[in-house]
Every structure is written in C-alpha cells, then in structure tokens.
Design a protein around this ligand. Sequence first.
Ligand code: NAD
Ligand code: UGA
Length: 467
Amino acid sequence: MQKIKNICCIGAGYVGGPTMAVIAQKCPEINVTVVDINEKRIAAWNDENVENIPIYEPGLSDVVKESRGRNLFFSTDVDAAIKNAEMIFISVNTPTKTYGVGKGMAADLKWIELCARQIARVSITDKIVVEKSTLPVRTAEALKSILENTGNGVKFQILSNPEFLAEGTAVEDLMDPDRVLIGGDIDTEEGRTAIQTLVDVYAHWVNKENILTTNVWSSELSKLTANAFLAQRVSSINAMSELCEKTGADVNEVARAIGMDSRIGSKFLKSSVGFGGSCFQKDILNLVYIAKRFGLQEVADYWEQVIIMNDHQKRRFAMNIVESLFNTVSGKKIALLGWAFKKDTNDTRESAAIYVADYLLNEHAEVVVYDPKVKPEQIYADLDYLGTRTEEENRALLTVVNEPYKACKEAHAVAILTEWDEFKAYDWQHIYDAMLKPAFVFDGRNILDINDLKRIGFVAHGIGMTQ
Ligand code: NAD
Ligand code: UGA
C-alpha cells in the first residue's frame, strides 16, 4: 500500500482551504500544501494574524493555527507542490460557463483542464489525482485522457471525492461528515489501491462505515444529485410559501407538520427569500445541461423548475416591498440587513440580496446595506458584476454602513436577507422609533417574531404567512 507523505491541493478557496486544514490537523504525519494562483489569497492564508485568513468559517482559524507552518502550508509555487506530492486534490472553481456552447448552463472546466495539463507537465513520479471540485459526470475520463497523453510515462490514478460541506458549518461538517464519498477505478488493482490510499487518509478521523466507495461515475453524479435534492426542498417549501400567503396557512407550521414525518425529515424546510450560494444554481444548471445533451428533455425540465421557482421567490420578495410601500420606492431609504447568502459566512456568491438590491435600485430606491462579515468592496463588486448600471451609479445609489442602527435610521423599510443571529437580538423598538412611519419590516428569513414587531407598531411581513 502506498503511504502518503505529501498532499498538494490546487485551489485555496472555500473548499480547498478548510478541507486541507482539517486533513493537516487530523494527519500530522502528512505534509499538506495548498496552492493557488491568487497571490492575495495565499498571502491572506499566511497572514501572521490568523483571524485575517481569507475565509470566515466558525472554528476555522483555530484549526489553521494548530497546523500552519507545522504540516500545513499555503503557497503560490504550484509546480513545486505538484512535483513533491503523491496525492493531488483539484479544488478549483467550476462556475457556469459565460460564453460559447453551453453558455449559462454547462460547468466551465477551463481551470480543471489547466490543472490537469500542469500536473501532466510537472510530474516525474506517479500520482493519485483527486477530483474535489464538483464536476459533470464523466469528467474523470477527460482528465485521464489529458494526463495520459501529455504525461511523460508517469502513471496517474484518478479518484472522485466530492465535498459535501456547507458554508458556515464547514469545520463541523469536515470533522464529522455524514459520509465521505470516494469513487475510483474499482475494476483494476491499481484503482482499488488508490481508493484505499485515500480511505486511509480519511480513516484518521472518520468511521470506516461512513466512508463510501463507488465507481467514479456514481461518485461524480451523486454530488450533483445531492445538491439538486437539497435545492429542490428549498424550492418546494418556497412554492408552498406563496400558497400559504394566499390561504391563511403559515409556512412554518406546514414545514413543522410535514417535517415530523420521518420519511420527509425536518431539515432544509426553511422558507426564505430564495437560496443562494455558489453551487446550487450552478450544479442544477449543469445537471440540466447534461440531461439535455443526452436528449432527456423531461429530466432537464423537471430540474430546471427548481431554478425557475427560486428566481420567482427572489423577485416576488422584492416586488412585495415595492407594492407594500404604496407602489413606489423611488427616493425611499430601504435598509437591507444581511448580504451573505447565509449566516456565518462572508461568501456572497449568488446571494438573494444581490438580486433584491438590484431590483430596488431599478425602482430608484436609496438602498443602505449592513452585513456583519461582508466587506463593502465585495458588495459593490457583486452589483457591478450584474452589469445593470455603471460602477459610479451603483456607488451613488447604494451605501454600505458598518452599524445596523445607522442603516435603519430614517428608513421607510428594513428587509432581512440573511439569517444572522445578531439580527434577532437588536432593539427593534429603538429601530422603530428612528424609522419613518409607517415603518415596514420584510423578514426574508422568518427569524423575527412578526407579532412582536406588530405590537411595536411595524407593518411586518414574513415569508409564507398572511399579513
Ligand atoms: P473558490 O473560487 O473559493 O476557490 C477556487 C480557487 O481555485 C481560487 O482561489 C482560484 O484562484 C483557484 N484556482 C483556479 N484555477 C487555478 C489553477 N489553475 N491553479 C491554482 N489555483 C487555481 O471555489 P470553492 O468555493 O472553493 O469551490 C471549489 C469547487 O468545490 C467547486 O467545484 C465547487 O462547486 C465545489 N464545492 C464548493 C463548496 C462550497 O461550499 N463553496 C462545497 C462543495 C463543493
Ligand atoms: C450546499 C450543500 O448544503 C452542501 O452539502 C454542498 O457541499 C454545497 O452546497 C456545495 O456543493 O457547494 P451551501 O451552499 O454552502 O451548501 O449552504 P446551504 O446550507 O446548503 O444553503 C444554501 C442556500 O439555501 C442558502 O442561501 C440558504 O440560506 C438556503 N436555504 C437552506 C434555505 O433557504 N432554506 C433551507 O431550509 C436551507
């Protein structure tokens, strides 16, 4: 059995960073080097003050602190790390394509291919290459072809080891995963050995029963399937939320009632302003694209509806604000509490807040944003990326503040877009007193008690309940 002494991970992002930090902590005899072409990101991972690492995740800085400089390293020298390692994780971004065939649907595998070519060019010893990024089913085939045809006699084994961590709970999820999935070439001795080598890494802290081994294609497709099922639950409860608002039912009560059925389960039934994050939408679009390529139109349509429903939910939330404020928000101050796509992360990718803000800005609202962890540059970059208006216009129309009470002062309405715990602890009477009247609250996460808000005097709207 091959013993792993050096691991290289290409991509120091939300997955590469935390995953490797945990592997390094749990496997002190393995040197783990995380590499990235983004110099700023690597510099931040190496920042003397461990609180300045580029990714905010509860508990992560402590894990990094324990291993960094001992057996956990962050570097921009990609070639050296590849050359040194017996096992290479590819954990680069795989966003939706923005050009050419499959634009707006397929996963862009440009970065994956670049990694494969670099590994092929640099390697002088045999390697196990692990797909950690989320990839379309059968990507391993393309990787194998690139590695074998441009390599120099070096042997490569390709494994699929998708990551199931959720942001905000990444460390917890990595420390105690529901399962670890490893796909490999189960038909050959070399393939089985490679699988076992990776199993042995995880077995440092994960029970063997929770480490699942499959063929490569099942592993690749399971990752897309898991995200599709999770997103589908959110769209399903959000679809019911609209019906609740028309019928007098309360979506929280409906979720509780169905969640107690053990076949349905209680998790992931929280109605919201819409799911965000870098993966749900991208992975479902990718699934839809794959289904279409195989001529499976009904399968494609079925999954596409999850996205259609989610877009509808975001738009519906923003429209409700405008309609409730007497059909115009022009020149009215609207405070957005939260910009991250969920609590306990500074990640804003595909956050519902971006789309709600864009909608309100189109209606000429004066938008003020407060988020406990997201930096102003990120908020402006998210809006600029949409290309709806110029950078100057975005900065003139939207203000970012670092104090929640300031955000709400003299506002016509407050909208909650991320479920940060601190929002629940605010002095809402104080916020009410400082707002223009009638004072509106739109709770896009159902974290506040609507009746308490009404008692204070607010016109309060939650998701999936009649006003
Ligand atoms: P990310 O954008 O945060 O990080 C990717 C990093 O890869 C970037 O820092 C980028 O500079 C680097 N990179 C790209 N090409 C490179 C190259 N050729 N050489 C060196 N570095 C390179 O992305 P992420 O959120 O960590 O996601 C990575 C993958 O993991 C995606 O496929 C995603 O779908 C999947 N995934 C993400 C999550 C999540 O919670 N974010 C969870 C599970 C799976
Ligand atoms: C999701 C999956 O949960 C992870 O298993 C997966 O590894 C990851 O995608 C990925 O592949 O990137 P993540 O996007 O980090 O993780 O966060 P989630 O907790 O899944 O939340 C996604 C979005 O759905 C958030 O905007 C969240 O607020 C929303 N959501 C979630 C709801 O609106 N209601 C819910 O009940 C649950």
